[in-house]
Design a protein around this ligand. Structure first.
Ligand code: 8YV
Length: 325
């Protein structure tokens, strides 16, 4: 019997695709960029499964690939790049990669927080520029330990950030759809409404998925509620913050700083953002550790095994596909 065929939409390392290759014929888009709708349809047509790495999957893609494709295995926990409703309509499973990247993403939120608070990037440039002299007023930052952190979103990654904050002896506030007893028992976090959290926190870290209801969750009004000494961190999804409003707030001292791994119009930056000294920027690398990347690849592979073996994905976003079948 011929092997099933899996299409991968972006080049990934051999270590990441090893498990998939053991079972299937794997074809990889060699170009290091996201495919357009037309390219994705043309290249992935006829494959039994597609491993989606950052590509947009809209209804046209679902319709065009439905005759052969049984699963879109998304290489990421966030799946706002996929029209899940359309995939479900065409009987295609969608899976994501929760849990395996939680620690990496929470670590990176703290890396951004510490970098912004303690001016790590500026310090690095300072030393590289040959200005090695110590001075009592040099590169003064703001202390992290003992401060209040506000975590928007009490899910897996929000909780992991809170656990790290405990190690810094921080007071932890969090928002969620409702109070979460597990979150509170494991982290000592206190449930708060968004406005209270924004006005009482020294650091605000965003950990919600991108949904119509979370787009621009932080805009000019919300930034205005924050302390002028506060630092905003985002390694979830860019459009959750109104980036132009953030540039204005950072420029005018409405808040003190920001650490951003994601951008509203990724990979473009809002005009003026890159010129600001009080922001630390990263190119969407929060889950970029060898450990997380390999585990994400393995989870995609296991989801594909499950579906091509006649079952349901392990981390399934639209289990109703199986019910309809
Ligand atoms: C991925 C991410 O790198 O998991 C997510 O939601 O943002 C990242 O881990 C990104 O989805 C690209 O595949």
């Amino acid at each position: 019997m011929s092997k099933s065929r899996v299409y991968v939409t972006y080049p990934l390392g051999d270590n990441i695709l090893a498990l998939l290759r053991e079972q299937y014929e794997v074809v990889i888009n060699p170009e290091e960029r996201s495919l357009s709708t037309e390219e994705l349809i043309e290249q992935a047509r006829g494959f039994d499964a597609v491993l989606i790495v950052s590509a947009q999957v809209n209804e046209d893609v679902c319709r065009a690939l439905a005759s052969d494709c049984k699963i879109f295995a998304n290489y990421g926990v966030g799946y706002n790049n996929i029209d899940v409703e359309a995939a479900t309509k065409y009987g295609i499973y969608v899976s994501n990669t929760p849990d395996v990247l939680t620690d990496a993403t929470a670590d990176f939120a703290f890396a951004l927080l510490l970098s912004a608070a303690r001016r790590v990037v500026e310090s690095d440039s300072y030393v590289r520029a040959g200005k090695k002299n110590w001075g009592p007023m040099n590169l003064i930052g703001t202390q992290v330990s003992g401060k209040t952190i506000g975590i928007l979103g009490g899910g897996r990654i929000g909780k992991a950030v809170a656990k790290r904050a405990q190690g810094f002896n921080m007071r932890i506030l969090y928002t969620d759809q409702r109070p979460n007893p597990d979150f509170e028992a494991e982290t000592g976090g206190i449930f708060a409404d968004k406005n209270t959290l924004l006005s009482e926190s020294d650091f605000v870290s965003v950990h919600v998925p991108l949904l119509p209801s979370t787009r621009h969750l932080i805009g000019a009004e919300e930034l205005g509620l924050m302390k002028s000494s506060a630092i905003l961190i985002n390694d979830s999804r860019g459009p959750i913050i109104d980036e132009q409003a953030l540039v204005t707030a950072l420029r005018e001292g409405v808040i003190a700083g920001a650490g951003l791994d994601v951008f509203e119009f990724e990979p473009e930056l809002a005009p003026g953002l890159a010129e600001l000294p009080n922001v630390v920027l990263a190119p969407h690398v929060a889950s970029s550790t060898t450990e997380a990347r390999v585990a994400m690849g393995e989870l995609c592979a296991r989801n594909i095994f499950a579906v091509l073996g006649g079952g349901t994905p392990i981390t399934c976003v639209n289990p109703e596909v199986g019910v309809k079948a």
